[in-house]
Every structure is written in structure tokens, then in C-alpha cells.
Design a protein around this ligand. Structure first.
Ligand code: NAD
Ligand code: MG
Length: 353
């Protein structure tokens, strides 16, 4: 039996995780948390809002699936990493904001960190069993979102409803907007750096509209391994929860009988500046990834509330990053201060836009 704590149980990932857990008698849901929605009957121990580490302390799981959205997931990520408890991580924002602290906690705890993000799950599987020095580079694919091919002028007036209509993935609102701006791929770039210990110049992003190839690893001998499948999060969720067993899911095998065309193109960094801003923030390190994430969360919320135009999201993040003036966080308190300061800067920029 694997005792699972599911955080963010009412969300897009959370609901798909429940489906996987229910299909596996060996997965025992011992605890569940949501931000505000009631979840009384979901698990023996439940919690709505509050400090997620209290629920984790009470339930003592073998495996934490962190599917909370945003920086709020951070305490749970660090709790699991520090204790060496298996962490199935969908909450990329925590690893982006606290990459250095999380890496140190992971080293001390020595547990398993299994990515749930589809590209990173794919990369994990391609990298598995290969020495780091045999890897040439990692390629993360991006669908390009609903606005692929548009010019900046055409993006000036897009509405939240248009940004929420994703072509290939059905996800929560925050990540769907992040996919439309390419901030999601920016977060994923930083996530991949911390997950796999690869320098940024060895992680490439390509646009691949059908989301069939999730990631690709090039090796020094000229071979490249790719991970293909239908875009369905139940596959990476199942992989992370049942690892090292590759279990059956309801997702059908890839059908090649009607032909399969794989198209790739470079991202349009001028129209979607958040990807380049994320890369720069990642390369600079220290406070920048945390500030990138905080400003992006503030700006996406303002966009969804109709307070900020679509193009204002990138402008808010860019201006916030330009004002960051801090040493790297040495502990969690300093990281919280850093996050709060970036949020204040971003709120001010967004309200002035
Ligand atoms: P969602 O908005 O659908 O769900 C978010 C969940 O987090 C909800 O259950 C909500 O109640 C909970 N939550 C929010 N604040 C909380 C708090 N303070 N404490 C406890 N719970 C809280 O989001 P989602 O699309 O399921 O995404 C969740 C995470 O997974 C995000 O980090 C996202 O980037 C990542 N992710 C999602 C997908 C996807 O297909 N949805 C794919 C890859 C990665
Ligand atoms: Mg992803």
C-alpha cells in the first residue's frame, strides 16, 4: 500500500489524480486538501485552506502529490523534500520560486522527486538510466497556446475567455493563461533546470502544435530519445503515483494508422516575451526566478479579473524584474519576503497599466 496525500484535490490535476487513485487498490488516499472548496468525504483526513504541512504531519503519507496552483504549494514541496518523502510534483511554481532551497532540501532528504508536468515526466523517462555527461541537451515542447501565429497588435484586445480556450490541453485557469503567454514554458524551463541540473544553454523550447511529443533528449552520440503520446495528464499522474511500475491507464496507445505528422518551429519570442524573460531570470538566478513567478501570478490574476490587458502581463513581469534588488534568499523567511516584495512591485505596475 502507498499512502497518498493529494493537495489541490479539487483542481484539474487533483480530479484526474483521484481517478487514477480510485483505479488502483494499492494506492490509499489518506489525506486531501483544497484551497476553498469543501472536500469532507474525499479522504480520512481533509483540510480546506490553512497550513498544508499540518495536514501532512497528521497524515504521514508515503507520497505527496502536490497539485496546488501557485506559490501557495511551496511549504508542502519543501516538507516532502526535506523528509525524503516521495514527491509527485505538479506545482511547478514552488520549484521555480524556491529552486535553490528546494534543491538543498532534496539533497538532505534524499527522496524521490517525480515530475507530473507532462514535459518533465517525459524528460525524466528519456533521461532515466543515462549518465549526466552523456546528455547533450533537452528539448521541451510547447503547443504555442491559442494565440500561436498572432502578431502583438492582434493580442492587444484579447479577453480572458479567449485566453482560456486552449487548443490541446484542458487545465486550470492560471496555467491556461500561462500557456497563452508562454510564461508556462518559461516556468517549465526553470523547473527543468532545477529538476535535472541542466544549464540553461542545454534546455531548448520548440513549438509543436499538436502536443504529441512531450519532450526529447539529445545524447552526445547523436541519438535522440523522445516521449510521445496523446495530451492527457492522466499518463504523467499515473507514472508519478505508481512508479516504478508503469500501470495501465484509460488512455489509448498512440495510433499511427491514420498518419502522424510532427511539426516543430521556433517560438516567437518577440510576440511572447515571457519565455525570454523567464530564461533570463533563470540564468541570473538568485531572487529572479522567485520574482518572475510572483509578478506573473499577480499579473495573471489581474488579467483574469479584467484589470490588466493581455500584453500587460509581460510588461508587469518585465518591470518587476527590472526593480529587483536583493541577495539570494538564505532561508524560507527571506524567500517569503522576496516573494511579497515582488508581488507589491507587480501590483503597483499592474494598477498603473
Ligand atoms: P486548478 O486551478 O484547476 O486547481 C488548483 C487546486 O489548488 C485546487 O484544488 C485549489 O483548491 C487548490 N488550491 C489553491 N490554493 C490553495 C491553497 N492555498 N491551499 C491548498 N490548496 C489550494 O489548477 P491545475 O490546473 O490543476 O494546476 C495545479 C498545478 O499543476 C499548477 O501548478 C499547474 O501549473 C500544474 N500543472 C497543471 C496541469 C494541468 O493539466 N492542469 C499540467 C501541468 C502542470
Ligand atoms: Mg507542462
Amino acid at each position: 500500500m502507498k499512502r497518498i496525500a493529494l493537495l489541490g484535490a479539487t483542481g484539474s490535476i487533483g480530479r484526474q489524480a483521484l481517478e487514477i487513485i480510485r483505479a488502483h487498490p494499492e494506492l490509499d488516499l489518506v489525506a486531501a486538501a483544497s484551497g476553498s472548496q469543501p472536500i469532507d468525504d474525499l479522504a480520512p483526513l481533509t483540510q480546506v485552506g490553512g497550513d498544508l504541512t499540518e495536514l501532512l504531519e497528521r497524515s504521514q503519507p508515503d507520497n505527496v502529490l502536490n497539485a496546488v496552483v501557485g506559490f501557495a504549494g511551496l511549504p508542502a514541496t519543501l516538507w516532502a523534500l526535506e523528509r525524503g518523502i516521495d514527491l509527485a510534483l505538479a506545482n511547478k511554481e514552488s520549484l521555480v520560486a524556491a529552486g535553490d532551497l528546494a534543491t538543498a532540501a532534496r539533497r538532505r532528504g534524499g527522496g524521490r522527486l517525480l515530475p507530473v508536468d507532462s514535459e518533465h515526466s517525459a524528460a525524466y523517462q528519456c533521461l532515466d538510466g543515462h549518465e549526466a555527461d552523456t546528455v547533450h541537451s533537452l528539448v521541451l515542447t510547447a503547443s504555442g497556446g491559442p494565440f500561436r501565429g498572432r502578431s502583438r497588435e492582434e493580442l492587444a484586445d484579447v479577453t480572458p475567455a479567449e485566453a482560456l480556450a486552449h487548443p490541446t490541453w484542458s487545465m486550470g485557469p492560471k496555467i491556461t493563461v500561462d500557456s497563452a503567454t508562454l510564461a508556462n514554458k518559461g516556468l517549465e524551463l526553470i523547473e527543468a533546470h532545477f529538476l535535472f541540473g541542466l544549464d540553461y544553454d542545454r534546455i531548448e523550447v520548440v513549438i509543436h502544435p499538436t502536443s504529441t511529443v512531450h519532450a526529447l533528449v539529445r545524447f552526445r552520440d547523436g541519438a535522440a530519445l523522445a516521449h510521445l503520446g496523446y495530451p492527457d495528464m492522466r499518463v504523467p499522474i499515473s507514472f508519478a503515483l505508481t512508479y516504478p511500475v508503469r500501470s495501465e491507464t484509460p488512455v489509448p496507445p498512440l495510433d499511427l494508422s491514420c498518419g502522424l505528422t510532427l511539426e516543430f518551429e521556433p517560438p516567437d519570442l518577440a510576440t511572447f516575451p515571457l519565455l525570454a524573460l523567464a530564461r533570463r531570470a533563470g540564468e541570473r538566478g538568485g531572487p529572479y526566478p522567485c520574482a518572475f513567478n510572483a509578478a506573473n501570478e499577480v499579473a495573471v490574476a489581474a488579467f483574469l479579473e479584467g484589470r490588466l490587458p493581455f500584453l500587460g502581463i509581460a510588461e508587469t513581469v518585465e518591470e518587476t524584474l527590472a526593480s529587483v534588488d536583493r541577495a539570494p534568499a538564505r532561508d524560507l523567511d527571506e524567500l517569503y519576503q522576496m516573494d511579497a516584495e515582488a508581488r507589491r512591485l507587480a501590483e503597483r505596475t499592474a494598477s498603473a497599466a
